[in-house]
Design a protein around this ligand. Structure first.
Ligand SMILES: C[S@@+](CC[C@H](N)C(=O)[O-])C[C@H]1O[C@@H](n2cnc3c(N)ncnc32)[C@H](O)[C@@H]1O
Length: 484
């Protein structure tokens, strides 16, 4: 009877409303698993902050009732629900009304509204399936509430705020149980994950990997069980096959809080030890070098020229470009060397753009070449720099490229890091490291250990390429530079 009401209600909602409010109701086996993990305590005060028509709350009521308490008292004392959908709350109230005529703790409200939350108190258990809504689809008035939460800056999702909300609403010995998208555990830069790990809030994490839990909807999800108890480990489970799996039977992997971090969360335990060693056997790269991004011309193909210099000119596809407007340059991603047209003067650590007139007058060959490609140059950055079509698309970091450096491609197959002794050489399509001891750092980064480190921690791309992002490699430690 109850399930029918829920199904009918869900089917009555339009696709647009479902998308904007993240309405997808939770399968029973998930509700059961999360309640098994969370409502052990006697007489718990339970909140579902996005309760919909009450999948979690009704099952929780049944369970507490089986322990001997009357349904009326449970609804009055133990069960709390919030949802911004008035219809959903009314549907749930009408179901509760059969047992408890008047007093419900069910609120039609925005759960992220801190004013509303002020008087709601603390809970032994916060459970549920919060809304998953990408920032682009969050309605404008709702975005305003996101400002009050810590991890919802930039490209975010509503569920991220709900995780923080849950931890803010549990008592010191309370517990949370949520099904949420697994994006935050896959993203190695997730500030939310970092916070959960630093505070040791995770008790259990169950990753559904590529398995789809919600019929008819593609979402990659995980279960997060968390609390504020002090602990040295948490349990990681991976559900690689869902069809005939009892979640209780999944093999638990114990993760050591002393060793785990954003990069090692999902890797196998023996690799975890290796990564820990690689990140802690000397000073970290981020403390040794400054990693800087290269030039951004927005038309590298036109500015970067590979040809022979002769008699003060570079001959390139029939053009003769003056040496004075060129700088030696490396295309880091391909380890290719050549020259780049550099229409700037560096003075007092500032990049002063050349005027069109100056190029035309002093570097006629370069001007003819650039003019020949004017149509293409004008189109860069969606036409925003059309009035300065002979300059680079972006000119932020033009002065920080000089000096001795170690080039660092952002994708690698075999780790190869070219040392550049030519202080005047600039670069694009990758990064460079600036600092002392570059030779030793180069050796360390071209080692088998580094290769294995990247292999374990970094994302796979096609044909054996691995991402070598600044964020990832800056944690690698250089044992040959340890001070003993
Ligand atoms: C994924 S559904 C989950 C419903 C229910 N907990 C379940 O598991 O079946 C998410 C619910 O969040 C509600 N919702 C969306 N934004 C909300 C907000 N800011 N505050 C409270 N509820 C919200 C939606 O109306 C929807 O009922």
């Amino acid at each position: 009877m109850y399930l029918k009401i829920v199904e009918n209600y869900e089917q009555s909602l339009s696709a647009q409303i479902k998308k904007e409010q993240g309405i997808v109701y939770t399968p029973k086996f998930i509700v059961n698993y999360l309640l098994d993990k969370t409502i052990a305590k006697e007489n718990p005060r339970i909140l579902d902050p996005a309760c919909g028509t009450g999948n979690f709350l009704i099952e929780a009521t049944n369970r507490l009732h089986r322990r001997g308490k009357s349904i009326k008292s449970i609804i009055e004392e133990n069960i709390f629900g919030i949802d911004c959908d008035y219809q959903a709350i009314s549907t749930l109230k009408s179901m509760f009304a059969k047992h408890c005529p008047s007093h419900y703790n069910l609120y039609t409200a925005n759960a992220l509204d801190k004013n509303f939350l002020q008087n709601i108190g603390k809970f032994d258990v916060v459970v549920g399936n919060p809304p998953y809504v990408k920032i682009q689809n969050i309605r404008p008035y709702e975005r305003a509430f996101l400002k009050d939460w810590t991890f919802t800056k930039g490209d975010t999702d509503l569920y991220v705020a709900f995780i923080e909300l849950a931890f803010s609403l549990i008592k010191d010995d309370g517990i949370i149980g949520f099904i949420v998208p697994s994006g935050f555990i896959k993203n190695k830069m997730s500030a939310l994950l970092e916070w959960l790990l630093e505070n040791r809030y995770i008790e259990e994490l169950l990753d559904f990997e590529s398995n789809q839990v919600f019929p008819g909807v593609t979402t990659y999800t995980c279960l997060l069980v968390g609390n504020k108890r002090s602990k040295s480990h948490f349990v990681l489970k991976k559900a690689s096959h869902l069809a005939d799996t009892d979640l209780d039977d999944l093999e638990p992997i114990l993760k050591d809080y002393d060793k785990v971090n954003n990069r090692t969360l999902l890797i196998a335990p023996d690799n975890e030890d290796f990564v820990y060693r690689m990140e802690n056997s000397g000073p970290k790269l981020k403390d040794l070098v400054d990693i800087r991004v290269g030039l951004q011309t927005s038309a590298d193909r036109l500015f970067f020229l590979r040809g022979e210099l002769e008699d003060g000119f570079l001959t390139y596809k029939g053009y003769r470009i003056e040496r004075e407007i060129l700088l030696p340059c490396c295309k880091v991603s391909r380890r290719q060397y050549g020259y780049i047209i550099f229409p700037y003067h560096i003075e007092d650590n500032k990049a002063i753009p050349m005027s069109e007139g100056e190029i035309k007058e002093k570097h006629k060959g370069a001007y003819i070449y650039l003019l020949r490609h004017k149509v293409e140059l004008i189109k860069r950055e969606r036409g925003k720099i059309a009035g300065k079509w002979w300059l680079y698309g972006r000119a932020q970091s033009l002065t920080t490229l000089f000096g001795k450096k170690l080039f660092m491609p952002s994708m690698i197959k075999e780790p190869k890091f070219d040392l550049c002794e030519n202080e005047h050489m600039v670069y694009f399509s990758g990064y460079a490291m600036f600092g002392e001891n570059l030779k030793k750092i180069k050796e360390a980064l071209e080692s088998e250990d580094f290769k294995r480190y990247i292999h374990i921690t970094s994302k796979d791309f096609k044909s054996g390429w691995k991402a070598c992002s600044k964020y990832l490699i800056e944690n690698f430690s250089i044992s040959s530079l340890s001070v003993i």
